[in-house]
Design a protein around this ligand. Sequence first.
Ligand code: AKG
Ligand code: FE2
Length: 294
Amino acid sequence: MEIGEWAATPDLGRIYREIRALGLETNLAELEAFGFTVIEGALSPELTVRLRDAVLRSWEERYGRRLDLEGETELNEVRLASYLLFKDPVFEEAVLNPKPLALITYLLGQSCWLSSLTSHVKGPGEVGLLLHSDTANGVPAPFSAYSHVANCNYALTDYTEAGGCLAMVPGSHRLHRQPTRWEVHLAGPERNPQAIPIEVPAGSAVVWHGATWHGSFPRRTPGLRVNLAAYFCRQYMAPQEIYGDCVPTELIARHGRDSRMAQLLGLNRFNGWRDEGPDLDRRRVLPAGRTWQS
Ligand SMILES: O=C(O)CCC(=O)C(=O)O
Ligand SMILES: [Fe+2]
């Protein structure tokens, strides 16, 4: 059917038309039904390599040692590379990538923020990352049907179970709670039989609803599994990374003060004033006549 300019669903209509124009309706159906979807080829091969190189460079600077993508044995389990956005302009392309961002906008609205941009760099191990829902920070069960947070996980190396790929429990967004401690394991005799490996080629994006149970398998072979986790939240949640005053002026110059990027970085933040009181100018108006706050 044609999605009109319906008064009852102005924001939904706009984002739905965008999702249709981007060819993402099947992904949207998967996201609704199973709580996650895969966009293969979300990154070009060239962009995948640039992002992976930038992640590894940043990790090596942070931890002061070299990594071996193919043969690593020293790095055990996961060590996080965090606060990546300002480390290289290539990360801005990942955050604004139209297809994943359209699905994130469906889940969280136009007013959402980037909560963090990190990489779970993973070497060989036994445990992996236990199953969880990202709806943390004190959100009580039962979780709401709508997402408070949402995630876009880019595979920057090929994802296989033995290589330590992402794990999902399909349909778990409908359980509206965190897994119990008997449900979290991805290895050994207690492995949750409902968890499936997301085996996808590098360059894929996996987008999920904030309530969906996920984790990642232990890596059983030498070398590294590299992801890029672009994690978003509604603005009433506490973002994991604070950008605000740290946003480089060149980044603002590249995108503009009224851009989606400025919104994603919380630069239009309204709450959180001090003695000066609220700054009403921060409720900036979009060309479409809607405010970022909607
Ligand atoms: O290791 C992974 O890819 C999963 C990371 C994760 O749980 C997250 O980004 O929320
Ligand atoms: Fe997570």
